[in-house]
Design a protein around this ligand. Sequence first.
Ligand code: BDP
Length: 323
Amino acid sequence: MVRVLLAFAAAAAVAVAPATAQEWRGWNTHGAGYPNTVALDRWAELAAERSQGRIRIRMFHSAQLGQQDEAIQQLRLGAIDVANFNLTPLNNLVPETQVFALPFVFRDVGHLHRVLDGPAGAIVAREIEAKLGMVVLAWFDSGARSVYTRNRPVRTPEDMRGLKIRVQTSDLFIDLMRALGANPVPLPFGELYTALQTGVVDGAENNWPSYEAQRHFEHARFYSTTEHSNVPEIVVVNRMRWDRLSPQDREILRTTAREAAELQRRLWAERERASREKVIAAGVVVTEIEDRTPFARLMEPLYAKYAATPALRALLEQIRNTQ
Ligand code: BDP
């Protein structure tokens, strides 16, 4: 009898334990040393420390829990608890995110950060929360995305004609490539290295750190600084998880996520330079696009299409009016 009771008590203790100290699963597409990876690990550390172990996040890096489109669904369902997502794969789900992906919409990095941390950032965060069942805690920088190709450099939009260019799952990016006369090929990030290697695509577009860290430069040796989009990234938590937290723990999670974002942005600026130098040393041919007007002009129709409603136009104005 005593044995049975003890066993029962032990089982009850196990059943109760997860409510206080359950480990959350975190998703991230990048590998060791990447600014996002370092910042997310720091976030987990800070959150655990300040909550005295009540919030325990185990980060799974390098897309171990799946590619980004799947991870977004997993996070909505609660199979993944926290994540860092680029806004592009949310474009088709939340129209407001498209405005942040529009070509040449941010004037410079300072402008981007002020927009993210200001009212426009709050609007986009609110819409993501309302539509997707996830709560946005902070914004990461993802730099400027540029085009890179396998066989020849891109100097003008004409050079893009007919090229198969990999894009993320986003109608806006599909239209952006079509506007340049290229053939967009949506592919998961994790499949791109092989696609470049085997010639399934002629090129792709990304920032310096991803181009370098994913080793795309090994097979696409021509990088052209089109800098056509500065689409940023979010740090999110599943809505049900969030709702179950005490106000104190919510505050801890939010504050530590913001501190992690500050770290990410600092590391980002350094890594952009370092990645650029590294690929140049490895023999990459950089084509500096001095005049981006021909690219911008062809992409102009995206504004009418993706900032079509009064609310989206107001958001665009909000960005433009951010000093
Ligand atoms: C990287 C983003 C990552 C995207 C990737 C891509 O950080 O979230 O998945 O680009 O192009 O810059 O898929």
